[in-house]
Design a protein around this ligand. Structure first.
Ligand code: HEM
Length: 165
């Protein structure tokens, strides 16, 4: 069987993947979840308007009572700089979120997870996907060749240039 051309994220380049989400325990208590929920589109607009802040792309997910966004960043340092800077939408929303919860108790959960993309620590594969999808938007894409056929080989391919397809 002929295997069609596939791409992988360039394993020699770095970046960061950030998952941010909210879990709504009680839909009826909109005063709990609406303010942090509405803070999110303000942040996303800010990050999309100013690409030099470092967010490259984002995908929205919804499962049950949880809404989340998977974001691809140029680096952890960009992400941290954005999150901790008083000039941007995030820092005031962070404080307001905890201030409101400590006053009234809260039925909204907030979570985030950060994954630093370092050489030799990630593996990816894209077949028939739009250009610059996911991690390839950060690292660029390279062809999957014979020595990167399996996930194991791709994971350990860091730095190895490999033949062009
Ligand atoms: C674009 C969306 C967002 C990004 C990129 C983001 C990023 C981050 C990052 C990187 C931190 C860790 C900061 C540090 O400890 O140095 C953080 C913390 C936090 N964020 Fe966000 N965040 C986002 C959306 C939100 C939203 C919508 C809320 C709720 C209003 C929120 C509330 C918080 C809170 C409360 C913390 C502090 C957690 C703790 O250390 O106790 N974030 N965020």
């Amino acid at each position: 069987m002929a295997i069609p051309p596939r791409l992988m994220a360039d394993p020699t380049k770095g970046g960061a993947v950030f998952i941010i989400g909210m879990h709504i325990h009680d839909w009826a208590r909109a005063t709990d979840w609406l303010p942090p929920f509405l803070a999110m589109p303000r942040m996303m607009r800010e990050l999309e308007r100013s690409r030099d802040l470092g967010m490259v792309s984002a995908r929205y997910c919804l499962w049950g009572r949880t809404v989340a966004i998977v974001q691809y960043w140029k680096s952890f340092e960009h992400l941290e700089r954005y999150a901790r800077n008083d000039e941007y939408e995030h820092r005031p929303a962070w404080f307001e979120c905890y201030r409101a919860a400590s006053k009234t108790g809260s039925t909204v959960g907030i979570f985030h997870e950060t994954y630093v993309v370092a050489p030799g620590a990630t593996e990816s594969l894209y077949f028939n996907m739009p250009p610059d999808f996911g991690l390839t938007g950060v690292t660029g894409a390279i062809p999957v060749h014979a020595r990167r056929e399996t996930a194991h080989e791709r994971l350990h391919a860091s730095g190895e240039p490999g033949p062009q397809a």
